[in-house]
Design a protein. Structure first.
Length: 93
């Protein structure tokens, strides 16, 4: 299983995530929060409380979390994929 090692909230309900294999990118979650469990995440101040939990998932203080593999897959179609290798940014073709 792939793990997230770093996450940072960005404006407009986007997250910058970095995975243990060096892959990183921005995931747009604007349309992802529906239902009572995600109501708090629709408030930008709460959304910014995002962290990486002990299992390598993206999580918030209310117990809501996002599976690392689902986030990893969202990077590819969004074109937000980058890889850090030997100090250079290499973008996929």
């Amino acid at each position: 299983m792939i793990r997230v090692v770093q996450v940072a909230a960005r404006p407009d309900w986007r997250l910058h995530v970095r995975f243990e294999d060096g892959v990183a990118g921005v995931v747009d979650l604007r349309d992802s929060f529906r239902g009572p469990m995600t109501a708090a995440l629709r408030e930008e101040a709460f959304f910014r409380k995002v962290f990486v939990d002990e299992l390598g998932a993206v999580a918030w203080p209310n117990g809501y979390d996002l599976a690392p593999d689902a986030l990893y897959d969202k990077l590819q179609p969004a074109g937000g994929l980058e890889r850090q290798l030997q100090g250079r940014k290499i973008l996929p073709e």
